[in-house]
Design a protein around this ligand. Structure first.
Ligand SMILES: Nc1nc2c(ncn2[C@@H]2O[C@H](COP(=O)(O)OP(=O)(O)OP(=O)(O)O)[C@@H](O)[C@H]2O)c(=O)[nH]1
Ligand SMILES: [Mg+2]
Length: 655
């Protein structure tokens, strides 16, 4: 009895050890089939003595170095260099100030731009298409980024990743600054919680002999949800935080105590947000499209908790001495896209006074200056008047040819698309306000004909300047008679002095009222999952796998086989290699699922390596004797620095 008590004491000790030990680093190597042997590759990798041929690094296919990232400039930087002088921040080539992820310094093209910048004494220089083309050429010469792709590389769109406020010179970063990418689109990383580990424990009580296993299951990891929040009106918060991880489940404990589930994580997004998985195919439906306040959609399901040894008790094995690890949480990058960014978009030619108007209407403080393209990225502002709020968006000035990419505005025309109404600001001091109006309308129409269906209020600005009155009557007559605009929607204002601005807001609100309440219609067949899917879907079956042989020769002459399959990979990930019985179970599953046979059919030989998805590698052996497997497992435990606390004393364990 005494001996029994000692055995049980050591048993409990090991149980605790198993639940608290850190996860085994991946990739790991463990020995398969009869000679299955959990081996890991903790640095430095020490080949176990039992292996005649310790596996050499085998992933030759991955040997190619990732393409070198090139330093890039930023479009706005180039434009600024043309339009005005800016105080120089730091030396050229040092990656810019503040950009945590700033990569290489600017190349030859960027240096050339620096020189240009020094040469130019231009606070006001008309920007011609030639200038823009030259800037484009210089930028491309400097190794500029991809025009089309507005997403920033693999990194999330957060300022944390890109170095908020810093110049984005890293090759992975694209031309648009993070503030714009996050304005109506953002890319974030989400990870659901890992499942808690199962527990190995046995009931120990005075006068209860053979108390049996009683290790509890680990708790499920927290889910990740997206929740629509009416208090938000842009995706800008994702500039500050771009990584979201839910809590892990707690480990199971003895006395049949299951671990607590991990806390779910809610990511709050504005109404009208569409959420897509980055890696989903073109035709795949979005994960979510949230239109109503409080609407929730599941983005990532929490990892399953590992089962404790109580769950593995059977008639044949009444005292299982192993437990599972928790399933790793699912991680993915998701792209967020906002359908409606503002109630009203402010459009107009450069220097018309759009930013000035936004600054008097709202608390926003955009940059205002007397040269074109002061505004390089859109600005949002909330106008509060008469107990009502209206969101205005000021976009960079549009040029003729904007729809084809001239100027800056074309990048932001899609923002205009996401406004319900437009305020068209005309510069009263312009030599041809009507021409300006027609040019902008044409650009909007060419970009997207639907833009012209949006109701417009025209604000004839700068009426405080004496000669602005010259054209006012003519402009009004033209807009009302030729363009058919409602006379109440053509207003003279002076953004600088605030004259007429209240009337403008009232006119805009009348237009919004005519449109009726903002109803968001679903535009996609988004999944909008509100509950976790069934745990075992038909796709993830243990007998669904593929076996492939690496065609390239391996160092040492051994061969490498790839086995891929969602269920078998998950199974291997949840196997706790510290338990001998778990290793034997893994080996049985390889046989039962048909993987062993498929590998033999593919020509596997003793000592060859098998890579199991991303989970790890193990060395193939046909040895089936208990002693060989146990010996190999022991050797592996030693090589990983694990002790086999209590193993020899488990009920029924081999000595
Ligand atoms: N006199 C006068 N000047 C104005 C008025 N509104 C704007 N301005 C001036 O016009 C210049 C351009 O104003 P911004 O608000 O920067 O013009 P913008 O349309 O935002 O220009 P971009 O962002 O470059 O497209 C600034 O110098 C303003 O002070 C106005 O009502 N009266
Ligand atoms: Mg502006």
């Amino acid at each position: 009895m005494h001996a029994r008590a000692q055995a049980e004491a050591s048993t409990s000790g090991r149980a605790c050890g198993s639940t608290t030990c850190p996860a085994v680093p991946l990739p790991r190597r463990c020995r398969g089939t009869s000679g299955t042997r959990g081996t890991a590759a903790p640095p430095p990798p020490r080949p176990p003595a039992a292996l005649a041929r310790p596996p050499a690094p085998r992933r030759v296919a991955c040997a190619a170095a990732p393409p070198q990232q090139q330093g890039t400039g930023e479009w706005s930087e180039r434009l600024l260099s043309i339009t005005k002088k800016r105080p120089r921040r730091g030396r050229p080539g040092n990656g810019g100030g503040g950009g945590g992820a700033a990569g290489d310094g600017p190349g030859a093209g960027a240096r050339q731009l620096q020189q240009q910048r020094q040469q130019r004494d231009a606070v006001e220089v008309a920007v011609t298409d030639e200038d823009l083309l030259a800037a484009d050429a210089a930028f491309d010469a400097a190794g500029g980024g991809d025009d089309e792709d507005e997403w920033g590389g693999d990194g999330a769109a957060g300022g944390g990743a890109a170095g908020s406020g810093g110049r984005m010179l890293g090759g992975g970063e694209k031309r648009l600054p993070p503030s714009v990418r996050c304005f109506d689109t953002a890319r974030i990383f989400v990870k659901s919680g890992d499942g808690g580990a199962g527990c190995v424990a046995f009931r120990r009580e005075p006068f209860v002999e053979h108390g049996g296993p009683n290790g509890g299951n680990g708790g499920r990891g927290g889910h990740v949800w997206a929740v629509a929040d009416e208090g938000l009106n842009s995706l800008l918060p994702f500039r500050n935080q771009a990584h979201f991880r839910a809590h892990s489940g707690a480990a199971g404990q003895g006395a049949m105590r299951d671990g607590a589930h991990g806390e779910d994580l809610e990511i709050r997004v504005p109404l009208g947000t569409i959420i897509r998985a980055r890696d989903a195919g073109e035709d795949a439906p979005p994960l979510a499209e949230l239109l109503a306040p409080g609407q929730r959609a599941l983005l990532a399901v929490g990892g399953r908790g590992g089962r404790g040894n109580l769950s593995f008790k059977t008639g044949r094995n009444t005292a299982p001495a192993f437990a599972e690890k928790g399933e790793a949480g699912y991680e993915l990058y998701v792209d967020l896209e906002l359908k409606v960014v503002a109630d009203v978009g402010i459009v107009g030619v450069p220097n018309a006074g759009k930013s000035t108007l936004l600054s008097v209407l709202t608390a926003a403080r955009p940059k205002i200056a007397n040269y074109p393209f002061t505004t390089l990225v859109p600005n949002l502002g909330v106008c509060e008047m008469d107990f009502r709020t209206t969101v205005f968006a000021d976009v960079p000035g549009l040029l003729e040819g904007a729809h084809e990419g001239h100027g800056l505005g074309h990048r932001f025309l899609r923002h205009v698309q996401r406004c319900r109404a437009l305020v068209h600001v005309l510069d009263g001091t312009s030599p041809d306000p009507v021409g300006d109006y027609r040019a902008i309308c044409l650009e909007l129409e060419l970009f997207n004909p639907e833009l012209m269906d949006k109701p417009q209020v025209v604000a004839y600005n700068k009426t405080d300047v004496p000669d602005s009155g010259d054209y006012w009557e003519f402009v009004r007559e033209y807009l009302v008679e030729e363009e058919g605009l409602d006379p109440g929607r053509v207003l003279p204002i002076s953004a600088a002095t605030g004259r007429g601005v209240k009337d403008l807001v009232r006119a805009v609100r009348a237009v919004l009222d005519d449109l009726g309440p903002a109803t968001l219609e679903p535009s996609t067949d988004a999944l909008n999952r509100t509950a976790a899917p069934k745990r075992f879907d038909s796709e993830a079956r243990i007998d669904r796998f593929t076996v492939e042989k690496e065609p390239l020769p391996q160092p040492g002459g051994d061969q490498l086989f790839y086995v891929r399959g969602a269920a078998i990979e998950r199974f291997a990930q949840m196997t706790n290699w510290d338990y001998y019985e778990a290793v034997k179970r893994f080996q049985r599953v390889l046989d039962v699922s048909g993987i062993s046979q498929s590998l033999r059919d593919a020509g596997i030989r003793e000592g060859d390596a098998v890579a199991l998805g991303d989970v790890g590698e193990f060395v193939w052996s046909e040895e089936r004797g208990e002693a060989a497997v146990y010996g190999a497992w022991l050797e592996d435990m030693r090589s990983r620095g694990r002790n086999r606390q209590g193993v020899a004393a488990w009920p029924g364990a081999k000595k």
